[in-house]
Design a protein around this ligand. Structure first.
Ligand SMILES: Cc1cc2nc3c(=O)[nH]c(=O)nc-3n(C[C@H](O)[C@H](O)[C@H](O)COP(=O)(O)O)c2cc1C
Ligand code: SF4
Length: 437
């Protein structure tokens, strides 16, 4: 049944040279489903298969490391070398087989790396500012290392284009390396990469330009950026107005779309607002926190009840929790603005777009719980699995394969996929003409 809300989400959107046949996208989710050295596996493809099968209009991969130095989590996917290309091509073919567009998210973890993948080397960052959540102390990148770093992004984008990805998304959100340069708290440099906003955005701009030169004018380049770092004032997060300006500068250089998110690891739990009961125990026993020193894990466990209660109180979440920032990007930019954060109901997503506060919405956790989310916009069902925002999936990131870890929801999802392997509306709606063979 096509309601006004459904039609809002089925309206095509132009992103650069792409016509995207809808306005609900799957946001990036690091999968913890590759081999330890970053190669695509069947386990990874299985995660995406149902989303692709129902023609989710646009899917962004989890963050792909552009170099081993930038690898931020266990079993993360890499796009750092040509021998990864066959697996990446399989991923693209899977998405295109169902009519979905697939965009590669390019990332360097900077200081937000549990354990350096390069033996004996400290993580790098804009400046040597300790990352308190993981306990890493990075070294400051030398000026003469930056050209090679920029080149890793350009080479990764070229690989993405070569294997058929429909675009790339530069990850400058969530406090990874490019964000570490944007944020005054993590960027204390006194050279031309630190200080003024123009200087702090210099690395991102160089990365954007290098990618654009390498992939050509027509190839879609998107940006994921914070609308707020969620740091307390004394910690000097990047200001929303500055982040909007960064996007505007890149728009003038040819950027095709912006996805607005929030938060860095240090301002946890800001990126993934919701519920936190049991989060810390799960993180240190099953997730990336397993790599932290024992004393730190013990300290975190001792403080967990207090921290989790405070987080629950301070960061309750809700549908569209990044809209207040996204609308500021929308007011300033001409290119599409995609808002992520808590979206899961057809009416809530459609209302966000209809209000003019964003051009499209994306979701991460709602797709983990219900990979048919886009199909359920087209054909509502009453018993679909619905994410409860418990954060059990992100707590296990880097340790356990991405999935919904609430048994009742996961069983409902698995049954749905078994009983309804090809939902009716997936066959009734035409696949994206750009990807349908
Ligand atoms: C398990 C998990 C992994 C994630 N991995 C990434 C990632 O690789 N890159 C990224 O930009 N965001 C990542 N995110 C954040 C989401 O893309 C999104 O910004 C955030 O979860 C808020 O959206 P939601 O409320 O729809 O989940 C991840 C989130 C989850 C839950
Ligand atoms: S574990 Fe399941 S219910 Fe909890 S946030 Fe993740 S997808 Fe949602």
């Amino acid at each position: 049944m096509i309601t006004p809300s459904t039609s809002e989400l089925l309206r095509p959107l132009q992103i650069g040279s792409l016509i995207v046949p809808g306005r609900l996208y799957k946001s990036a989710t690091s999968e913890t489903r590759c081999t330890e050295d970053g190669f695509v596996t069947d386990e990874l493809l299985e995660f995406y298969e149902p989303m692709a099968r129902v023609g989710t209009p646009l899917i962004v991969t989890g963050n792909l490391y552009v170099s081993l130095q930038g690898k931020s989590a266990g079993r993360q996917a890499g796009i750092d070398a040509d021998d990864k290309k066959p697996g990446l091509r399989d991923w693209v073919q899977l998405a295109h087989g169902g009519g979905s567009l697939l965009v590669a998210q390019l990332n360097h973890g900077g200081r937000q790396i549990g354990k350096s993948a390069v033996a004996g080397q400290a993580p790098v960052s804009a400046s040597s500012v300790r990352e308190p959540m993981l306990g890493t102390t990075p070294r400051s990148l030398r000026r003469d290392e930056i050209p090679a770093l920029v080149e890793t992004f350009a080479a990764a984008a070229e690989r993405a284009r070569d294997v058929g990805f429909d675009g790339v998304q530069i990850h400058a959100a969530h406090g990874y390396l490019l964000g570490q340069f944007l944020t005054p708290h993590t960027n204390r440099r006194t050279d031309e990469y630190g200080g003024s906003l123009d200087n702090r955005m210099r690395l991102l701009r160089e990365v954007y330009r290098a990618i654009r030169r390498r992939v050509g004018d027509d190839y879609p380049i998107m940006l994921k950026i914070n609308g707020t770092d969620m740091l307390p004032p004394f910690r000097r997060g990047a200001a929303t107005a500055d982040l909007v300006r960064v996007a505007a500068v890149l728009q003038d250089e040819g950027l095709d779309a912006v996805e607005v998110s929030r938060g860095i690891y240090e301002s946890w739990p800001s990126t993934i607002l919701g519920h936190y009961k049991g989060f810390i125990r799960t993180h240190v026993t099953e997730g990336a926190g397993r790599d932290q020193p024992r004393y730190q894990r013990m300290a975190m466990l001792a403080a967990a009840p207090m921290i989790e209660r405070a987080a629950e109180h301070l960061a309750p979440g809700g549908e569209g929790f990044n809209l207040p920032q996204a609308e500021k990007f929308c007011a300033r930019l001409d290119i599409p603005v995609i808002c992520v954060g808590g979206f899961h109901t057809t009416s809530g997503m459609a209302a966000a777009i209809a209000s003019g506060r964003c051009d499209a919405v994306s979701a991460a956790r709602a797709f983990i719980a219900d990979p048919y989310l886009f199909d359920h916009v087209r054909t509502p069902v009453t018993n679909a699995p619905v994410c409860g925002y418990c954060n059990g999936c992100i707590a296990r990131h880097g340790g356990k394969p991405i999935d919904c870890y609430v048994e009742e929801i996961r069983v409902r999802k698995d049954l749905m996929l078994m009983v309804d392997p090809t939902p009716r509306s997936a066959t009734e709606f035409p696949a994206n003409p750009r990807t349908a063979q």
